[in-house]
Design a protein. Structure first.
Lengths: 427, 197
């Protein structure tokens, strides 16, 4: 009998009585999210200034005006580079503009976004700029980045990664606590803003040249700016005194804007939209050319539009190709030919010389005289460069890559030469 | 934590018990084996009533004294939503009787878990087993080298699975990870066949 009170017996007996036959479940959810970091509007607006030249760390849009090259430092400002000698570009200054992602220039006035504001900056003296006008809160989409973003606290200037853990007894999906939806940085970008170019025509004597991925463009006396799915028409009849005239909805997925002969071509994730500018304050849709969902910059020359489609994290889809579209009849754009590409980003065309930034496959240059046989007429292929965007203009092609801004002389198409490279200090 | 405390208590008490047994009832140790199987009764969703599933053990060990044996076992257990493969230690102490007798058994170890295959469709899916503890009372009907064992006890099995979504947000990569932990409790009835080498 003394055996029955051994500790082992007691222990096993204890276990037997403590057990139950019902299962228990616990669901632990760990998730990360980005919480907005605010800066007051007064602080943001007071920080525009000219500073000595800085290293380029994240090149955004590029823009050419006369002998000057303007390179957007994503979200931070604009590098001003003297490009009089394309073999030796010289950085002259850096214009600090918080929340800047795009730009356009006419005359001596630089138009740049700064989060929700549009700035008109007199750059006649590159070392002493002057803000001639600020259109406050014109970009209204920015303040709608998420239900949890509170514009009363200021401007969202950063996002802080936070981690949260919850334990519950049932399965479920918890949305990000700030309620946000996918939205890119800056002025309501729906796509990554890593540059994008091709000639944005106009009168180069007065207007500069932007890229195929530009979201700002100038046509006549109007500056057009994309803001989410809308386009703002801003009168710049008086260059230093821009006046917001209207905002019109185009499509939720528009990404780029390209003016050509009194029309606007919008590149969107689902197709290309052609709008008439007879009334510059109210662009009216002429037609829409649809394609599979992907990122889609567009350039136009003559009766042809060139569209690149690419896949990627933000672009969705699996298509990587160049499409040539007949736009002789603007009401009825017709696809003429498709050329497979690797991962084409920005593109540009100048007098039938077609430049395509094909992602990791480098820069490809084609003679597009025979538009039905473009890839058979390759003029050059610069490999081993991760390329984003290119502006070919007056025999010099300026191309942004991951590691630098390259300039090529294509005055002799059979002998295209690298002129210079401005390094980008990738962080 | 509760299990750690219990196991610590167990080891302490066993040490005392084993020493006591070894000292009082010395025996030349010999190898023993058991093959047993049975049913597990319990409910994942008790609203639908209890459910039956199967369990099987194969144990080899040493009879250290007339009363006390220790062994190592491997098993195959089934639950409604998962299967497990336990690897465990069995401690067995005879309470009363000689050839036939009443035993207390404790099976404790770790079990690897495999959930229903539908769960495999989840991203970054990971199945994690857990501690298995199974105390039981057994009755042995023995002959010279072989015996039959009937046991009744409770089993607690911990298991979990996790899955994780990583996705690109506008500002960087974020993730959403779910860890579903289960504590499975079962009433276990087994019939075993034992032998000595």
């Amino acid at each position: 009998m003394p055996r029955l009170i051994s500790p082992y017996f007691l222990f096993v007996l204890f276990l037997l009585f403590t057990f139950a036959c019902e299962d228990k479940y616990e669901l632990e959810q760990k998730y990360t999210y980005y919480e907005p970091v605010y800066t007051t509007l007064a602080e943001v607006r007071a920080s525009v200034k000219v500073e000595p030249p800085k290293e380029i760390t994240e090149a955004g849009k590029i823009y050419i005006k006369d002998n000057w090259l303007f390179v957007n430092e994503v979200g931070k400002g604009i590098h001003v580079i003297d490009n009089t000698d394309a073999k030796n570009p010289v950085a002259k200054s850096f214009i600090t503009i918080p929340g800047n992602y795009d730009l356009a220039i006419k005359g001596n006035i630089l138009y740049a976004d700064s989060y929700i504001d549009l700035l008109a900056i007199d750059i006649s003296n590159k070392s002493s700029i002057k803000i001639t006008k600020r259109l406050e809160a014109i970009f209204f989409i920015y303040n709608k980045m998420g239900m949890g973003v509170d514009p009363r606290k200021g401007i969202v200037t950063d996002w802080k990664l936070k981690e949260s853990i919850t334990v519950s007894s049932s399965k479920g999906y918890t949305a990000q606590p700030w309620g946000g939806f996918m939205f890119d940085r800056g002025v309501a970008f729906t796509q990554s803003v890593n540059a994008g170019a091709a000639i944005t025509p106009g009168n180069p004597a007065t207007t500069g040249i932007g890229g195929s991925m530009a979201r700002f463009t100038i046509e006549g006396d109007y500056l057009y700016m994309l803001d989410g799915g809308n386009v703002h028409s801003v009168s710049i009849e008086s260059l230093a005194d821009p006046v917001a005239k209207s905002s019109n909805y185009i499509a939720w997925d528009i990404e780029t804007i390209f003016p050509y002969k009194g029309n606007l071509f919008f590149g969107s994730q689902s197709g290309m939209y052609i709008f008439d500018l007879t009334d510059p304050q109210k662009p009216s849709q002429i037609s829409r050319y649809s394609h599979v969902r992907s990122c889609d910059p567009v350039v136009v020359e003559g009766d042809l539009a060139y569209v690149t489609l690419r896949s990627g994290t933000t672009c969705q889809g699996f298509t990587n190709q160049l499409e040539v579209i007949d736009i002789k009849d603007l009401k009825n754009p017709v696809l003429l030919k498709i050329y497979p590409m690797t991962n084409p980003h920005g593109l540009g065309i100048d007098n039938k010389k077609l430049f395509i930034c094909d992602g990791d496959d480098g820069l490809k240059i084609y003679d597009a005289t025979d538009h039905l046989n473009i890839t058979a007429n390759q003029l050059a292929h610069y490999k081993n460069i991760n390329t984003y965007d290119v502006i070919p203009f007056q025999n010099v092609a300026i191309m942004t890559g991951k590691d630098g801004i390259y300039q090529f002389d294509y005055s002799d198409p059979q002998n295209i030469k690298l002129l210079s490279k401005l390094s980008i200090l990738n962080k | 934590m509760r299990f750690i405390l219990l196991v610590a208590t167990l080891l302490t008490s066993l040490n005392i018990a084993a020493q006591s047994n070894l000292e009082s009832e010395r025996l030349k140790p010999y190898f023993v084996g058991t093959l047993s199987s049975g049913v597990q009764v319990g409910c994942g969703n008790c609203a639908t009533g209890n459910q039956l599933s199967v369990s099987a053990y194969f144990i080899n060990g040493l009879q250290l004294t007339r009363r006390f044996a220790v062994g190592i076992g491997v098993g195959a257990d089934s639950y409604q939503q998962l299967k497990t493969l336990p690897l465990f230690i069995q401690l067995s102490e005879k309470l009363v009787g000689k050839k036939n007798g009443l035993f207390l058994q404790l099976n404790a170890g770790y079990a690897w878990a495999w959930y229903d295959r539908t769960e495999y469709t989840l991203p970054n899916y990971n199945q994690i087993g857990g501690i298995m503890i199974h105390p039981a009372i057994a009755y042995q009907i023995g002959v010279e080298k072989i015996n039959l064992i009937f046991s009744i006890g409770f089993k607690r099995q911990i298991a979990s699975y996790s899955y994780r979504y990583d996705y690109q947000n506008f500002a960087g990569v974020v993730y959403n990870e779910y860890i579903a932990k289960s504590e499975l409790n079962r009433f276990v009835l087994q019939i075993g066949f034992g032998w000595r080498y």
